[in-house]
Design a protein around this ligand. Structure first.
Ligand code: ADP
Length: 397
């Protein structure tokens, strides 16, 4: 039997998990505990006999992990039937220090704790997931896979903000980039679909989920990416603004007396599609747009316009582009976003095939003679984390 990894993604009030076959990527089980700490938490578990869902009170991540273990015992698969060889944790921020996955020990926990100021919304939850998993699975090797690691190859001109030296040297203020596991997975898949060596390809990868990011990948290496010191920079997202004039912060403080926390919350949780149209779910927005809702139309237009700007910029950075790759919820499912974003880029050799783009399960959506191939590739961050976890534990020479 092949090796299975329990992949854990701990959020501030949620715990996602998947038991992944590292060789095939197949999930033997997966699930989600959400609204941890609220009066009514929910636990969804998908096992060999389908999906079960329970509403109960789950006070902490530790209780959530115990509920996960119980679900495996009750609904399967049993850990006797499928042995977990390791646990892989998604960790959002690895700073400048981590360009690769790392075996978790006390030193690693201390290093990730030091990075909390760079990712106050994410790293504390990831650390709590690690703490609980180490407590309940003390004999399993555990590995941290960082969302930022893939972008540690960015050159200085791409990662450096034009700010005073001491900001950069003393406070770690630079661009790090996120969604790295997804960009790495999708880049490798694109090479496979194209039947080419990843090392020979220039790609623009567009991860469009609740969070959105674009990455320019040259020869398998990230050379430019849209998220910055935090996941707030760049594209328009579900609830995040993406790029904006940094002077807006000072304006809100000076003119409206807003606190930094209020501004931070608004830009992370009340902006983006939600801020423009009141809805961060793209499906909902698509329905409203079809019904002629002007706010939904404006949100869609801003979203696609920003995306188009980034494609143009990354095309210029790369010089030549072999493929543009769409992934994640919106990227994989919204033919409308793909069509609107790519329309008018024919002079850049980007020719979308409308019939292929509207196919229910699209892969190659460019015309056969398009100089730039356009691809839709499902991402699989859990599989990538499982593979990187196993690769670290079983090094091959
Ligand atoms: P996450 O970043 O949470 O992993 P996903 O990759 O699941 O997010 O993407 C979530 C987004 O994808 C949501 O805005 C959702 O509405 C959108 N989405 C999912 N399915 C569709 C669809 N069929 N058409 C348009 N948007 C979709």
């Amino acid at each position: 039997m092949s090796d299975h990894v329990l992949v854990i993604n701990a959020g501030s009030s949620s715990l996602k998990y998947s038991l992944i076959d590292g060789a095939s990527g197949e999930a033997a089980a997966s699930g989600l505990v959400e609204r941890i700490g609220e009066p009514e938490s929910r636990h969804l578990h998908r096992g060999p006999d389908g999906e079960t869902s329970a509403t109960l009170k789950i006070a902490s991540h530790e209780d959530a992990m115990r509920a996960v273990i119980s679900a495996f015992e009750e609904y399967g698969p049993s850990f006797d039937d499928i042995e977990i060889v390791a646990i892989g944790h998604r960790v959002v921020h690895g700073g400048s220090r981590f360009a690769d996955p790392v075996l978790i020990d006390d030193e690693l926990v201390a290093a990730v704790t030091e990075l909390v100021p760079l990712a106050p919304l994410h790293n504390p939850a990831n650390l709590e997931g690690i703490r609980v998993a180490r407590q309940l699975f003390p004999d399993h090797p555990q590995v941290a896979v960082f969302d930022t690691a893939f972008h540690q190859t960015l050159p200085p001109e791409a990662y450096t903000y034009a700010v005073p030296l001491e900001w950069r040297d003393d406070h770690g203020i630079r661009r790090y980039g996120f969604h790295g596991t997804s960009h790495a997975f999708v880049s490798a898949e694109a090479a496979r679909v194209l039947g080419r060596d990843l090392g020979d390809l220039n790609l623009i990868v567009l991860h469009l989920g609740n969070g959105c990011s674009a990455t320019a990948v040259r020869g398998g290496v990230s050379v430019e990416t849209s998220m910055g010191m935090t996941p707030l920079e760049g594209l328009v997202m579900g609830t995040r603004s993406g790029d904006l004039d940094p002077a807006i912060h000072a304006h809100l403080v000076r003119e409206l007396g807003w606190t930094v926390d209020k501004i931070d919350r608004a830009l992370n949780h009340e902006s983006g599609l939600k801020g423009i149209a009141g809805d961060n779910d793209f499906r909902e927005l698509t329905t409203r747009r079809s019904a002629g809702d002007p706010h939904a139309q404006l949100a869609f237009d801003i979203y696609c316009h920003r995306l188009k700007k980034y494609i143009g910029a990354y095309y210029a950075v790369l010089g030549t582009v072999d493929a543009i790759v769409f992934t994640a919820g919106v990227g994989q499912h919204s033919a409308g976003v793909r069509a609107t974003t790519l329309t008018g880029l024919e002079r850049l050799g980007i020719h979308l095939d409308p019939a292929r783009n509207n196919h229910p399960t699209p892969t190659t959506i460019s015309t056969p003679d398009s100089p730039v191939t356009i691809l839709v590739i499902p991402t699989n961050e859990e599989w990538q984390i499982a593979r990187e976890t196993l690769a670290l534990l079983e090094p091959h020479d």
